[in-house]
Design a protein around this ligand. Structure first.
Ligand SMILES: [Zn+2]
Length: 345
């Protein structure tokens, strides 16, 4: 039985724009000593307002500065059993209004196709789709039909809504070709400089997919990160805040309510990144998985290498998770559900 890790990255610092972080930090972090100091501070304290952003970028540099995707993949492959399969999600950061990128998305995709060819059966490549890219549908078709790409990654907080008109054509094609969609669904992560935090949240909100899933009833959507780390914390603090405080419904509740309703049988959520603050999160996860519908719609993923400086080392993640969840639940989210999501069962 192979494990399916449904969410990893192998893109490198060359694929990230020069202005990804404020204060010239991108340039500064290229110095090893400065990087070391920043990692140290991040480990012991929480001094930055936009910690998540810096955290992720520090990880990008730590793992990928001056590296190729092949080298990065070798690192994550060594953390798991030999037959593990990995969904690799490229990133198209070109339209986030954060400056120039050294290596464009075409090269990133080409390199990922070679990575797949060199690691037979282990790499499942997705296409990074940004609806603002010229001829993005042609790019997608080429990668699917000529290079055997197996799914689509979208990242709305980079500056577009998931119901962007160009994406309708993308979804129509995806539904016809049985390609699953992976959609970033966390308040953390990268955000376009051209939009406010509020707009980014509005684009990322799980509710935004309700209409789409009715329009494309056979299309499989995964809400990556299951709402995200911060929403899981809020959910733990006050699971039904909307009922008692009049606040917006928590994204974790939104996703679960959609799953429980039975109206969105092709909705999935992966636990990548979110599961890394392990002790607390795994307990919540176990309880959530007691619901039969939710149990069949959750996917195992790690978000390698965005999590490389978390305390829990990824090498241990799948083992701890398996021990905590037990065989049946573990293999359901790490094999059975991923196969269905990917269209392999
Ligand atoms: Zn990710």
């Amino acid at each position: 039985m192979p494990i399916y890790n449904c969410h990893i990255h192998t893109f490198t610092a060359d694929h990230v724009p020069s202005g990804y972080l404020p204060f010239g930090l991108v340039a500064l972090l290229k110095y090893k000593l400065i990087r070391k100091i920043v990692f140290f501070i991040l480990r012991v304290a929480n001094p930055f307002e936009d910690r998540d952003q810096l955290h992720r970028y520090a990880n990008i540099l730590q793992t990928s500065y001056g590296q190729r995707q092949e080298k990065i993949f070798k690192q994550v492959r060594a953390y798991y059993p030999l037959d593990t399969k990995f969904v690799v999600l490229p990133m198209d950061f070109a339209f986030m209004s954060a400056g120039a990128i050294e290596t464009d998305i075409y090269q990133q995709h080409d390199e990922l196709a070679s990575l797949r060819d060199n690691n037979s059966g282990q790499v499942i490549p997705f296409v990074a789709v940004d609806p603002r890219r010229e001829e993005v549908l042609e790019m997608l078709k080429d990668l699917v039909e000529n290079k055997n790409y197996r799914g689509i990654k979208i990242y709305p907080p980079l500056g577009y809504p998931p119901d962007h008109r160009v994406l309708y054509d993308v979804y129509k094609y995806a539904q016809r070709k049985h390609l699953p969609i992976m959609a970033h669904c966390s308040r953390g992560g990268a955000r376009s400089r051209a939009i406010s935090r509020q707009t980014a949240y509005a684009y990322t909100d799980p509710d935004r997919y309700k209409g789409l899933m009715k329009t494309f009833p056979n299309l499989r959507f995964c809400m990556a990160h299951f709402g995200g780390d911060a929403e899981w914390e809020n959910y733990l603090e006050n699971p039904r805040a909307e009922a008692t405080t009049g606040k917006e419904k928590n994204w974790v509740s939104k996703i679960m309510d959609m799953m429980r309703s039975g109206e969105y049988p092709h909705l999935y959520a992966d636990i990548s990144y979110t599961i890394f603050r392990f002790e607390k999160k795994v307990k919540v996860l176990k309880v959530l998985l007691s619901d039969e519908r939710i149990r069949s719609q959750v996917l195992f993923g790690s978000d390698f290498y965005m999590v490389e400086i978390e305390k829990l080392h990824e090498k241990r993640l799948s083992i701890y998770l398996r021990a905590e969840l037990g065989e049946e639940l573990f293999w359901q989210i790490a094999e059975e559900n991923p196969k269905r999501y990917l269209g392999r069962s």
